[in-house]
Design a protein around this ligand. Structure first.
Ligand code: ADP
Ligand code: MG
Length: 256
């Protein structure tokens, strides 16, 4: 049982306090939604967890070890990071991009049959099989998001950290990707997702972390965190929370 934690994380960039005393523990086998208004510090926290940023205070720890100090290949095998699709400009075809997700597993002899099988599973799981020879630069935003997801799925990480993986996906692919991420958690990995759609968060998240102004204002089981008062405190909007006739929870922002 591995544990990924943020312990007393403080981050300042250019004199701005971006994260302040952030303490959170994430659990494997669970989907955790990282929520909060624009500028809350969600991407910055995710970047610290993935060791893409090193905090000024505190640390992100994997089983107690500072992630920033882990061997790069080990970190790459254990923590998969899915950046925002708009941030990626790699001029390779889809199959090549997805195969990059296996690099941390490969020795000096290159890809094995197991590596190739993992790539095929990831392409199939994201519905990208038919686009495998397409250049990443010639994909739509949503297709690019799925290609990036395939890359991180191919690595079969213990922890999958994704920054707004549903942005720019059409509704059918949003639900597809949610189902896929659910499957990753059900198979035992920890899934941490920055989401800005409360409705989709309510649909997938087991746990939720609500941030504002670089601080965590609530964390715990999603049903305890995604309440009208806490959402109002974080986002400054009122919401209607209900359950559909089909039994699905929904959260609808309403005008004040
Ligand atoms: P979120 O993902 O919740 O929208 P971010 O973590 O991206 O928030 O950003 C949190 C705050 O930090 C924002 O006010 C943003 O402007 C600031 N910020 C993020 N990255 C940088 C940077 N490289 N330099 C300066 N400020 C930054
Ligand atoms: Mg962000």
């Amino acid at each position: 049982m591995t544990l990924l934690t943020a312990e007393g994380i403080g981050l300042s960039i250019g004199g701005n306090r971006i994260l302040d005393a952030v303490d959170v523990a994430f659990r494997r086998g669970r989907v955790t939604a990282l929520l909060g208004p624009n500028g809350a510090g969600k991407s910055s926290l995710l970047a610290c967890l993935a060791a893409l940023r090193v905090p000024n205070e505190g640390a992100a720890r994997l089983d107690g070890a500072d992630v920033a100090g882990l061997d790069r290949r080990e970190r790459g095998r254990r923590i998969g990071f899915l950046p925002q699709a708009a941030d990626v400009h790699w001029d390779v075809d889809v199959a090549t991009l997805v195969a990059l997700g296996r690099l941390p597993h490969q020795g000096r002899w290159g890809a094995t049959a197991a590596d190739r099988a993992a790539v095929e599973r990831a392409l199939a799981a994201t519905d990208m099989d038919g686009l495998r020879t397409r250049g990443v630069e010639r994909l739509s935003g949503g297709e690019r998001g799925r290609a990036l997801l395939a890359r991180v799925l191919a690595g079969e990480p213990e922890w999958l950290l994704a920054d707004e993986p549903l942005a720019s996906l059409d509704p059918a692919h949003q639900l597809d990707v949610l189902a896929r991420l659910r499957g990753v958690a059900d198979a035992g990995s920890g899934v941490v997702l920055v989401l800005h759609d409360l409705h989709l968060a309510a649909r997938i998240a087991d746990d939720a972390v609500l941030m504002r102004g670089g601080r965590v204002i609530a964390a715990g089981p999603a049903d305890d965190v995604l309440t009208a008062p806490l959402i109002a405190q974080a986002y400054g909007v009122d919401v209607e929370i209900g359950v559909t006739p089909g039994g699905q929870r929904f959260i609808l922002p309403i005008a004040r």
